[in-house]
Design a protein. Structure first.
Length: 443
């Protein structure tokens, strides 16, 4: 064994012999470690495709919204066009054609896959029970661009619009017959002036309304399903440009009002010349002479015969209803007010018969029709509806209605005397006779 001492590892080199640091001494090393400029470049390179994708998707979504906006305009126009066809009493095919025409005019392209559905009444929304409302649904397929990366199939842009008819005009005279000529007649020297209301004629006959002789009819407007004629010496004065022929039929506002029960007879073939007439059922008519008052709030049932107010009689009554009927199914009751009578009556303003002054049983045979006669020379102030759904109203001579708040609703109506009518009254209880003359976009 040699006498050499074994070498030991040197843990602490002598001063001045340390291994040099490749990053160099001091603050230079720390600056290098903090330098991240290369990381930003790498991150930007990685995020660039995503950013471009979001921009492209945003542009495509904006395109979808533009397509929806344009298609919605076409749907709105189509619904309005269809409603004008409804207003003109168009057939189903004419309504569909009007909707398609306006949709195409406003950008619908059926040759490129666009579709249109027209529903009347609508299949959804708030107007499903409105027979005059038209729903138009448009659909357009849109090809995918960048969004095809995320979606498998093309999307469909769908729009919907609903338009309907509303009323800005009320009638105070309505002739219900649907086919006869002369269902509304203004003849002789009659001078009829209606303030704040119109006339409506539901007959489709080409001469549904006739104005003849030297008569004058002044009204806000005239709505006639069929046609009308005005004689050379007669005058039709309206605030609307002319009578609206080819119009929609107007609904009967009282068609669902229940009829009063007939009950047992208080009197038969009764005559009264003074005092107060109790309410109840009167068989074979009532004859009035002298001064008589009806019970306030009374309901009077005339079972056959005539409710007759004779010349010289004065009849008054407030909040009353007079029902004309027949318990035997024949010889239905009627009303006659003779010349020289003075009659002031108003209808019940609430309750089951609100607004109806005279009510003719709708079971009355319409052929031959019952005649309800308001004769010349009588002075009448009748507030309420003269409602004879199966009868005729003959308003003749110089019977003066005195500007009262009155409706006339009957199968046919004939004016032969002077009358002033209006519906500008409050608390009458009458239901509106609405003429659907305005188109409105509602959904």
């Amino acid at each position: 064994m040699s006498g050499k001492t074994p070498r030991r590892p040197c843990s602490n080199p002598p001063a001045g012999l340390e291994r040099p640091d490749p990053l160099g001494p001091g603050p230079g090393k720390e600056a290098f470690l903090r330098d991240r400029r290369g990381v930003v470049v790498i991150m930007f390179a990685l995020m660039l495709p995503i950013l471009v994708g979001f921009v492209a998707l945003g542009v495509e979504v904006t395109f979808w919204f533009m397509q929806h906006r344009d298609l919605q305009s076409a749907a709105d126009a189509a619904a309005i066009g269809a409603s004008y066809s409804v207003k003109s009493n168009g057939s189903d095919s004419e309504i569909d054609a009007a909707a398609l025409q306006e949709a195409v005019r406003n950008g619908l392209d059926t040759s490129d896959g666009d579709t249109i559905d027209v529903n009347m009444p609508p299949t959804s929304g708030s107007y499903t029970s409105n027979d005059y409302a038209v729903e138009v649904v448009l659909s357009r397929p849109v090809a995918l661009l960048f969004s095809g990366v995320f979606l498998d199939n093309a999307i469909s842009v769908d729009t919907r619009a609903v338009a309907t008819l509303t009323s800005k005009t009320e009638a105070c005279v309505l002739a219900l017959d649907t086919s006869s000529s002369g269902t509304l007649k203004n003849q002789g020297n009659a001078n009829i002036s209606m303030t704040g209301c119109a006339v409506a004629v539901n007959s489709s006959n080409s001469s549904a309304m006739t104005i003849t002789g030297n008569s004058t009819l002044t009204t806000d407007c005239a709505s006639v399903v069929g046609g009308y004629s005005v004689g050379s010496n007669a005058t039709l004065a309206t605030e609307c440009p002319s009578a609206q022929s080819g119009a929609l039929a107007v609904d009967d506002p009282y068609v669902n009002v229940a009829e009063p029960p007939i009950g047992d007879c208080l009197q038969t073939n009764y005559s009264i010349s003074s005092g107060t007439l109790p309410q109840g059922t009167y068989c074979q008519g009532v004859n009035f002479s002298g001064t008589v008052e009806l019970v306030t709030g009374g309901v009077y049932v005339i079972d056959r015969g005539t409710f007759r107010v004779n010349a010289g009689a004065t009849l008054t009554g407030t909040n009353v209803t007079i029902f004309l009927t027949s318990s035997s199914g024949s010889q239905y009751a009627s009303v006659t007010i003779n010349g020289g009578a003075n009659v002031t009556l108003s209808a019940n303003n609430s309750g089951n018969y609100a607004g109806i002054l005279f009510y003719g049983d709708d079971d009355t045979p319409s052929s031959p029709p019952s005649n309800q006669t308001f004769n010349g020379g009588a002075t009448m102030d009748l507030t309420g509806a003269l409602y004879f759904p199966k009868g005729n109203i003959n308003y003749t001579g110089g019977a003066l209605l005195g500007g009262s708040c009155t409706q006339m609703i009957a199968q046919t109506i004939t004016f032969g005397g002077d009358a002033e009518m209006n519906i500008a009254c409050s608390n009458s209880g009458m239901s509106s006779i609405e003429i659907l003359d305005t188109v409105g976009l509602v959904e």
